[in-house]
Design a protein around this ligand. Structure first.
Ligand code: IPM
Ligand code: MG
Length: 356
């Protein structure tokens, strides 16, 4: 197959982790007889420096015309002072919106080789962690109306959280379908004891639950979810939630697995066009030092093959290679412990590619 991929390396550790994912993708292409072509698009701070905007219109069009998009990370303290309308993160939100990427899948899986890398006790994570967070990605407070104004001599800032029934229903369907393919349990996270948007969310989810009687459905409040994820994470199979709650809970959940550097994600639309990125940030403190963990991005590339290109065998091959590398004791600094082989970003990428 021929596939054209837009590559958005971004800022901080973005370029180094994406380079390792490309090494792995090229190995897959060679091994399975595919042809992957790439177009690099500047995004985030590096684009602000070069073009004055976090993504150009041309760059955005290149993403729309590609078969899928692979992203590193955006942002960093260097651009904290720029006008909010051109912040690096704006470009990421704009790509999600313009490509219609409303469904963000964030699988949280503890590799058995890393069981003791989790900061939680063995009595809590010992039975394994395998949950899927389905985060709504193009609605809610990150895309609501916002303003900062002067009222009675002081500044007042407002961010609105809005959800419409169709937005809730389409993410709900993704979550129910995803539960069907897993352990058939779905927890819908909201704050229905306070927020109108959550009450609508819950009503729509209940309507859908009737269509999926084979899925065991439950409602759970977001504050309680934050606690339960630490107290008893294995109670969860699939979690579905709105944009901001999903952003926060997925960072929390990632620590169950030992390192946020391990966590991939897929942002899907109603077509096969998707964007794939690890859930972590640009980690400017270690950028360019060959210290970053590329596994989250490599596993995101595997999700791209699975979800956008329907290449299940190739995706499995990447996941097997990552497992083999961990079996062989390779660890980047974030997951390293005594007795293991400490490697940098490049060596980790090369080790995965070599096992394909
Ligand atoms: C994420 C990130 C982004 C988000 C930021 C960089 C805008 O935290 O993908 O989780 O909030 O969605
Ligand atoms: Mg986040």
């Amino acid at each position: 197959m021929k596939k054209h991929i837009a590559i958005l390396k971004g800022d901080g550790i973005g370029p180094e982790i994406v380079d390792q994912a490309l090494l792995v993708l090229n190995k897959v292409a060679e091994k399975f007889g595919h042809e992957f072509t790439y177009i690099e698009v500047a995004i985030g701070g590096c684009s602000i420096d070069k073009y004055g905007v976090p993504i150009t219109e041309e760059g955005m069009n290149a993403c729309k015309q590609a078969d899928s998009v692979l992203l590193g990370a955006v942002g960093g303290p260097k651009w904290d002072g720029v006008d909010p309308s051109i912040r690096p993160e704006k470009a990421l939100l704009a790509v999600r919106k313009e490509l219609g990427l409303f469904a963000n899948l964030r699988p949280t899986k503890l590799f058995s080789q890393l069981a003791d890398a989790s900061p939680l006790k063995q009595s809590i994570v010992g039975n394994g962690i395998d949950l899927m967070i389905v985060r709504e990605l193009t609605g809610g407070i990150y895309f609501g109306k916002r303003r900062t104004e002067s009222v009675d001599g002081e500044k007042v800032a407002t961010d609105e959280m809005t959800y419409s029934e169709h937005e809730i229903e389409r993410i709900g369907r993704v979550a129910f379908e995803s539960a069907r393919k897993r352990d058939k349990r779905l927890a819908s996270v909201d704050k229905a004891n306070v927020l109108d948007s959550s009450r609508l969310w819950r009503a729509v989810m209940h309507r859908l639950a009737e269509e999926y009687p084979d899925v065991e459905y439950s409602d759970i409040l977001v504050d309680n979810t934050a606690m339960q994820l630490i107290k008893n994470p294995s109670q969860f199979d699939v979690i579905v939630t709105e944009n901001m709650f999903g952003d926060i809970l997925s960072d929390e959940a990632s620590m169950l697995t030992g390192s946020i550097g391990m966590m991939p994600s897929a942002s899907l639309s109603s077509t096969t066009l998707g964007m794939y990125e690890s859930i972590h940030g640009s980690a400017p403190d270690i950028a360019g030092m060959d210290l970053a963990n590329p596994i989250g991005t490599i596993m995101s590339a595997a999700m791209m093959l699975r979800y956008s290109f329907d290449m299940a065998e190739e995706a499995d091959a990447i996941e097997c290679a990552v497992n083999a590398v961990l079996d062989d004791g390779y660890r980047t600094a974030d997951i390293w412990k005594e007795g293991m082989k400490k490697v940098g970003c490049k060596e980790m990428g090369a080790a995965v590619a070599a096992r394909l």
